[in-house]
Design a protein around this ligand. Sequence first.
Ligand SMILES: [Zn+2]
Length: 128
Amino acid sequence: MQEKKKDKKRGYFVHDQDDSWGIAVVATTVREAKRIGFAAGEFPGSEWIDIRARWERDANVTSLEIGILHDLREGLLRGFYDDIEGKCDACGSESELKRCNDKALCFECVEKEDEKLDHIYPWQHRDR
Ligand SMILES: [Zn+2]
């Protein structure tokens, strides 16, 4: 069955324009993403007109339902966020985490992964 283009699910980063903090929302349009984030009461003190939804083109929404993705780590791994606060998958320290090879890693562990990659594939430095 072919999905209608306008019904296609997309990943959005919804936030108050004055704040870099935001939430991951799965929706089909910017307006729907805003509505879902706003209606959930995630932005107390924010006006509707201040809410922004940014389409994260690289976010993987496969098998996700329309709505808020509450799991920060999953949001990071799926590409909704550039970084999160949480527990590193490798060393377990509470830190700012980045996505690296489908893991949520602190900066030190990302560097270690990079060194490993350079060791395994010295001829191809991977961009991410
Ligand atoms: Zn770590």
